[in-house]
Design a binder for this molecule. Structure first.
Ligand SMILES: [Zn+2]
Length: 263
């Protein structure tokens, strides 16, 4: 059993026994780990306040390689994202981000790159902007790191260049990429994607997160892009995430409130 010190983000937490918690972290050194924080629910616990979902912290734990559950030794908060927690819509995006990573990533996946990606999108929520674009950025780059990037260069069936088919493309989750119209008839799960969505996908796969705020998408393209991504993620996960459904409800309500209040 070794002592490991690492940066970590809380992905989820649940009560365990009388006073403890079992917490899943995304760590920069070991990727996803689960650890028990003994006595974390006691009022005097040094862990109190540190183990909320999507908190960024510095974690010290006993690493028992042969066990599924590690033991938290110490933790100190780096960033609680209190400003995000005070905003319902931002909180829902953050909850979706951490649940997506928790559900998509297994044990022994690369630590550092995904840790930085998740931390970067959480920090982006502190600004104002189009958080749907930030969500699509996370989804696409998570898929890239895990080896599931949608294939966009050419039709996955006949290899015809996608650029030459622009505006005439479909996307198939089971094939993992775009399909030209000629081949789409033979693929049962393909859906139409517009030229605008195709361009957004290509751009989001390449763009640096620092330049994300320059990307502007029309509401129609943004909605179509979201539908395509959630269709693909739903196929890979075999389900829709609760945090994703809740986020959709909250966005719908906040848009209605803006319309009613004239904002
Ligand atoms: Zn084809």
């Amino acid at each position: 059993m070794g002592i490991e010190k690492t940066g970590a983000i809380v992905l989820n937490t649940r009560d365990w026994k009388e006073t403890s918690k079992i917490v899943t972290f995304y760590t920069s050194s070991r990727g996803k780990i689960t650890a028990v924080a003994k006595g974390a629910r006691r009022k005097t616990s040094p862990f109190r306040g540190c183990l909320e979902v999507f908190t960024h912290l510095s974690l010290v734990y006993y690493d028992r390689r042969d066990r599924d559950i590690q033991i938290v030794s110490q933790c100190s908060e780096e960033e609680s994202f209190q400003d995000i927690r005070e905003d319902l819509v931002k909180t829902c995006y953050a909850a979706y981000f951490v649940q997506l990573v928790d559900e998509m990533v297994g044990k022994d996946e690369p630590g550092e790159e995904l840790f930085r990606l998740l931390l970067a999108v959480l920090y982006r929520l502190r600004d104002n902007g189009d958080f749907d674009i930030v969500a699509r950025f996370l989804e696409l780059h998570l898929l890239r790191v895990l080896g599931y990037s949608p294939l966009l260069k050419s039709c996955v069936v006949c290899q015809k260049s996608a650029a030459s088919s622009r505006g005439e493309l479909e996307f198939s989750a089971s094939s993992g990429g775009v399909i030209c119209r000629g081949c789409a008839a033979g693929v049962s799960d393909s859906m139409n994607i517009s030229g605008g969505v195709y361009s957004a996908l290509v751009h989001l796969q390449k763009v640096d997160i620092g330049k994300l705020s320059r990307l502007k998408l029309s509401r129609a393209i943004s909605e179509e892009l979201k539908t395509a991504m959630h269709y693909y993620l739903g196929y890979l996960l075999g389900k829709r995430l609760k945090s994703q459904e809740f986020l959709e409800e909250v966005i719908k309500d906040s848009v209605q409130c803006s319309v009613v209040s004239g904002r």
